[in-house]
Design a protein. Sequence first.
Length: 75
Amino acid sequence: MININHTHMENLKEYLPENVKGKNILITGRTTGIGRVIAILLAAQGAKVIIFGRNEPEMNDALNAIKVVLLFKNL
């Protein structure tokens, strides 16, 4: 797993669209690295994120990371 810290995630936010709540967003390709971080950030902003990749364990890991972020966001 690639470890991306909070600072990297904050820096990426400025490049993402702001009004994504309720929108369906498909992210293809890698489920690690920047694709994973973008999926997490968009999901945290209320987007319905669909991830697609060739490596099922990596996809499951990315999905679990998204679930954890959403769980803590809703506490």
